[in-house]
Design a binder for this molecule. Structure first.
Ligand code: 5AD
Ligand code: SF4
Length: 452
């Protein structure tokens, strides 16, 4: 069959689509770039916020029209939304033939066969305690970075979050199996791996913890950079910070989701840390890795959030000075603890006002932090042509700053020394330094810069 697969949502979904491609290709299906050419249309979906659902329902409306013209088109909804809205999708979206949750991808060939063969719709929402797809080699798009899921699911049950319900219980892959896959990734020419998990730093397999795994992955020849996402602040023991600090292949960037700066909101969210503990962790991280960059996720307008609670969030944001942040309005999700226990009582208007204010505060901080980079020289890994000007490159520093520069003698995957000469809110601009040309010392931190 000719399959069109569209992916919505997070990196884990992108990665799952690579697994789905591999599973279906091994059953002689092929993939097409255009929906017009497809016999099967699969949407790999996200359920994290309401706007993700809306986008997918919108896409299903398009497919409804298409199915009127192409009667035998098979439509499948996969992933988190499939798991979260299974009943609704099965009953109210008659155009949907297949619904399969995140642990059911191996059954897809069978589900497609039964729709095409006997015209029977195929639904599989079972969640597994064991499925890690460690026996499937994902069909990666060639590039600079390879994603690799080291664990799946989440046991944290943050009260706002649907993930523990859509992706099930936490389970980690065997380290030997992960390292063997990283060897294959290196042999395919990838320079960077990003370890993925819903709660990546709670990785544990028998005696191996996340720090041990990071160190083993970094030993793989050919891999120059190792990143990870997304961690939880509760799982940053000193051992992990020291491992990161002392191993040059482990990138000095931590995405540290704050969610809120107010103790009472953090408690209602079941985040298991207080404002003070989070600030202490940030101090500890920066003491051990002064050059680290920190990014975060923040939710505005969670149930019961007062103006004072929101001020606490702004206070943490101002004190920590994250390099950048993903900021969201709270969106009540079905099945979650917050839906059952609390009222979604902050008005849409107030959520929007708080979000706008937060974005403004963070924007100034991002710009200010980026400006301190001017004058530094960094090793930049080239990712792709810049979206704004394809004659320029977009690359990243070890500490995850996007850098735009021009150099016609290099290509994606190359490492280039770039001197930063301008800074915006989101990216830095620089000039490539030629080998044998004026070679400045690599400055690790703004503090090092000021001493010159
Ligand atoms: N509403 C708004 N944002 C949410 N996130 C998770 N669930 C919700 C929700 N119900 C955000 C969190 C998380 C990021 C991936 O998405 O900030 O860290
Ligand atoms: Fe959701 Fe919390 Fe698990 Fe992250 S740690 S996936 S926010 S429940």
């Amino acid at each position: 069959m000719k399959i069109f697969l569209e992916t919505f949502g997070c990196q884990m979904n992108e990665y799952d689509s690579e697994l789905i491609r591999s599973i279906l290709r091994s059953h002689d299906h092929t993939f097409v770039e255009q929906l017009d050419q497809a016999e099967v249309a699969l949407l790999n979906t996200c359920a994290i916020r309401e706007n993700a659902h809306e986008r997918i329902y919108h896409r299903l409306d398009d497919l409804k029209g298409r199915k009127r013209r192409q009667k035998n088109l098979v439509v499948g909804v996969l992933g988190c939304m499939a798991q979260n809205l299974r009943q609704e999708l099965a009953e109210h979206a008659p155009i949907v033939d297949i619904v399969a949750g995140p642990d059911s991808y191996k059954r897809l060939p069978q589900l497609i066969d039964s729709v095409r063969g006997v015209g029977e719709k195929g639904f599989d929402f079972s969640l597994s305690e064991y499925e890690t797809y460690s026996d499937i080699a994902p069909q990666r798009q060639p590039g600079v970075n390879a994603w690799i899921a080291i664990m799946r699911g989440c046991d944290n049950f943050c009260t706002f979050c649907v993930v523990p319900y859509t992706r099930g219980r936490e389970r980690s892959r065997e380290p030997q199996n992960i390292v063997a896959e990283v060897h294959r990734i290196a042999a395919e020419g990838f320079k960077q791996v990003t370890l993925l998990g819903q709660n990546v730093n709670s990785y544990r397999y028998e005696q191996s913890d996340f720090a041990d795994l990071m160190a083993s992955v970094a030993e793989v020849p050919g891999i120059r950079r190792v990143r990870f996402t997304s961690p939880h602040p509760k799982d940053f023991p000193r051992k992990l910070l020291h491992t990161m600090a002392t191993n040059p292949k482990l990138c000095k960037h931590i995405h540290l989701p704050l969610q809120s700066g107010s103790d009472s909101v953090l408690d209602r969210m079941n985040r298991t840390y207080t404002k003070r503990e989070l600030l202490h962790l940030v101090d500890e991280i920066r003491a051990i890795m002064p050059e680290v960059s920190l990014t975060t996720d923040i939710i505005c307008g969670f149930c019961g959030e007062t103006d004072q609670d929101f001020e606490e969030t702004l206070d943490v944001v101002r004190r920590v000075e994250f390099d950048s942040a993903f900021m969201f309005k709270y969106s009540q999700r079905r099945q979650t603890i917050a839906e059952r226990k609390f009222h979604d009582d902050v008005s849409e208007e107030v959520k929007t006002q708080r979000l706008m204010r937060l974005i403004e505060v963070q924007r100034d901080i991002s710009k200010k932090r980026n400006l301190t980079e001017v004058g530094n020289t960094y090793e930049v890994l080239i990712e792709e042509p810049s979206k704004k000007d394809p004659n320029e490159w977009l690359g990243r520093t070890d500490h995850y700053k996007g850098v735009v520069f021009s150099d016609d003698s290099v290509k994606p995957g190359d490492f280039v020394q770039v001197r930063i000469n301008a800074a915006g809110t989101n990216t830095l601009r620089g000039t490539a330094e030629r080998q044998g040309w004026r070679r400045l010392p690599v400055m690790a931190s703004p503090a090092a810069c000021c001493e010159h």
